[in-house]
Design a protein around this ligand. Structure first.
Ligand code: ARG
Length: 461
């Protein structure tokens, strides 16, 4: 029986039930709903709506439900009720009769659902914070495994300048660290309590909202009842955090897909995260990485969908807002899985250090070093750039690397070039020059890596 049946003479149509019922997806907030209800019953005790005995009965019964849900013994989705709030109240009333029917005094499903969902999002944010740390750990481990490996760095997917493998890993560590801090920041605003705001105008009972907030682990109560029941910014922020992080995951996936190609041959992915072809026996496809890239679409879609749902909604609650849940529930699940499997992929990857080095040596990625060398000989950079370009053309025509051009050929283009040029053209040289903070020299990269490893060890204590 619906919570609002009194004013109605006939029941809902089946089609209406299909569009209106949220139990199929909001049942996952059962524990949050019951936890909120326990704290609300304590608030009702404090204002004399419930006796001590009645409150005790409610609290014991709800705690019992929570234990059964957590043990997997109680399936809250298996009910005729329209949403999780109705199911919990119906079950309580079933057990306690009129005592259960008192619980909703001074409360509305509007402040109730806003509270439940904030609790749900907060709990999942905590899990995702751990997932992000797990992934940065995997990147640090991958970096530490091959601290001296050199691979080509790209712009426009053209070999640009050589970099160290740990430099690549640490680039993604920076991104996932930002994702973590963005999520922590979102949790600060999420962690405010709507309960006690009533349907929209506030509750008529003199409950202590600070106390309610504290008891539910919130940092403070929402300060305006109209805003408290209407606001879904916390969901949007979580979706934005998920979207940005999925974008980072997809870029990492794309790099790794390329590194794993036969053409690049920089790494081999493990069997556990790849699959074969039903037709072509030789294939080992990077499916996990492709799915990380592919799942971005739906996560970004969920952010866009909720923005559009919320746009132009009048204050306060509107049923449109029930559409806030399925998208973020899916986004959070996909984000969680992708963060975890990204770590597995990195753990499984075997870097082909020799092949990486060979590729870094090709593609004229030491041309910048030659231009800088000429600058060192007093030639203006623009002219140096031009001379180097001519030498690159000559090397391409001869089918050799810059460092394999004979000195005489180089001197024919520029007489300032001496045989000290060959040291400059060596692979390690270009790397070692990039020792300003944030660069790819062995020493700056080691420093950055040890700084991160130390931070990780300290936080693990
Ligand atoms: N199932 C609803 C939701 O998720 C609960 C709130 C219903 N409130 C209302 N005024 N009908 O939004």
């Amino acid at each position: 029986m619906a919570l609002w049946g009194g004013r109605f003479t006939s029941g809902s149509s089946n089609l209406f039930r299909q569009v209106n019922d949220s139990l199929p997806f909001d049942h996952v907030m059962a524990v949050e709903d019951m936890t909120g209800s326990i704290v609300w019953s304590q608030a009702l005790l404090s204002v004399g709506v419930l006796t001590e005995h009645e409150q005790q009965q409610i609290e014991t019964t709800l705690n019992n439900f929570i234990a059964r849900v957590e043990a997997g013994e109680l399936d809250m989705s298996d009910s005729e009720e329209e949403d999780i709030h109705s199911v919990v109240e119906a079950m309580l009333t079933d057990k306690l009769g009129d005592i259960g029917r008192k619980l909703h005094t001074g409360r509305s499903r509007n402040d109730q659902v806003a509270t439940d969902f904030r609790l749900w999002c907060r709990g999942h944010a905590k899990q995702l914070q751990q997932d992000l740390t797990h992934l940065t750990d995997a990147l640090l481990k991958a970096a530490a495994r091959h601290q001296q490996a050199i691979l080509p760095g790209y712009t426009h997917l053209q070999r640009a300048q050589p970099i160290l493998w740990p430099h690549w890993c640490l680039a993604y560590v920076e991104m996932f660290k930002r994702d973590l801090s963005r999520l922590e920041d979102a949790v600060i605003r999420m962690n405010q309590c709507p309960l006690g705001s009533g349907a929209l105008a506030g509750t008529t009972y003199q409950v202590n909202r600070e106390r309610i907030a504290t008891d539910l682990g919130f940092s403070q109560p929402c300060l305006n009842s109209l805003d408290a029941v209407s606001d879904r910014d916390f969901v949007l922020e979580l979706l934005f955090c998920a979207s940005t992080s999925m974008m980072h995951i997809s870029r990492m996936a794309e790099d790794l897909i390329f590194y794993n190609t036969g053409e690049a041959g920089f790494m081999q992915l493990g069997d556990a995260v790849t699959s074969g072809s039903s037709l072509m026996p030789q294939k080992k496809n990077p499916d996990a990485l492709e799915l990380m890239r592919g799942k971005c679409g739906r996560v970004f879609g969920h952010l866009q969908a909720l923005l559009v749902t919320m746009k132009g909604l009048p204050l306060a609650y509107n049923k449109d807002m029930q559409e806030d849940k399925e998208g973020v529930m899916d986004a959070v699940t996909q984000w969680h899985i992708c963060l975890r499997i990204a770590a597995d992929v990195l753990d499984s990857a075997e870097l082909n250090v020799a092949r990486c080095r060979e590729a870094a040596q090709q593609g004229y990625s030491n041309a910048t070093e030659l231009a800088d060398y000429l600058v060192g000989k007093g030639i203006p950079f623009r002219t140096a750039h031009d001379i180097t370009g001519q030498l690159v053309v000559e090397a391409i025509e001869k089918g050799c690397a810059l460092e394999h051009l004979p000195l005489s050929a180089m001197q024919a283009v520029c007489n300032k070039i001496d045989d000290d040029v060959y040291a400059v053209l060596a692979l390690e040289y270009g790397i070692s020059k990039r020792c300003a903070l944030g660069g790819t020299s062995q020493e700056t990269v080691n420093e950055a890596l040890y700084r991160e490893l130390e931070k990780r060890d300290r936080s693990g204590d």
